[in-house]
Design a protein around this ligand. Structure first.
Ligand SMILES: [Fe+2]
Ligand SMILES: [Fe+2]
Length: 192
């Protein structure tokens, strides 16, 4: 059995149906964006499929995994444990399926973002928010899909803005990488 089929089978057995369908949607959207931005489609496929493999772990399970596996996390992540499914999922993907560093990083950064995101990382981050099963109450997802196909950095900035706005409205902590990534991408655009 090919690795990708083995992963699909595992995710089908461990994730809820809704999350499994979302994972397939992200996989497909990531491949579509990879074609547009000349990124290895196989890497986009694997990273997209695996991005939420740890999403249904409880906060206790995530924190236990982090401690058991010596994964470094910030104080924000310790409080807002939702973000942790990126780091934990990346570690699981590496240990369970031997995925490359690039795929691991794309899984990790899909929750936190990072100022040094590669195009693959950006693709997975954006595909997660615009895959075809996804709906958004806060923004027009159709125009976001159009934007992602023309201007990937613009789509990343748009999503970070929307996330930060919603975190402020909910009076929640904001992880520092989001601000750093937003600033970096915006400064790069100003210089163009
Ligand atoms: Fe996620
Ligand atoms: Fe997701």
């Amino acid at each position: 059995m090919e690795l990708i089929d083995k992963i699909k089978e595992d995710l089908k057995n461990t994730l809820s149906e809704r999350r499994y369908i979302h994972s397939l949607g992200v996989m497909e959207m990531a491949v579509e964006l990879a074609k547009i931005y000349n990124v290895d489609e196989k890497k986009a496929e694997l990273a997209g499929l695996l991005h939420d493999n740890a999403k249904e772990m409880t906060p206790e399970e995530l924190l236990k995994y982090v401690d058991d596996n010596n994964i470094k996390i910030s104080e924000v992540e310790r409080i807002n444990t939702k973000i942790l499914h990126g780091k934990v999922g990346a570690d699981i993907a590496k240990k369970k399926y031997g995925v490359s560093k690039e795929i691991q990083e794309a899984i990790e950064y899909h929750t936190t973002t990072n100022p040094n995101m590669t195009t693959l990382d950006k693709i997975v981050f954006v595909a997660d928010k615009i895959e075809l099963n996804r709906k958004s109450a806060t923004y027009d997802i159709e125009s976001e899909r159009e934007l992602a196909k023309k201007d990937l950095d613009g789509a990343v900035i748009f999503i970070i803005n929307s996330n930060i706005t919603s975190l402020i409205q909910k009076d929640k902590l904001i992880n520092e990488e989001s601000i750093q990534t937003r600033n970096k991408l915006m400064i790069e655009r100003m210089k163009k």
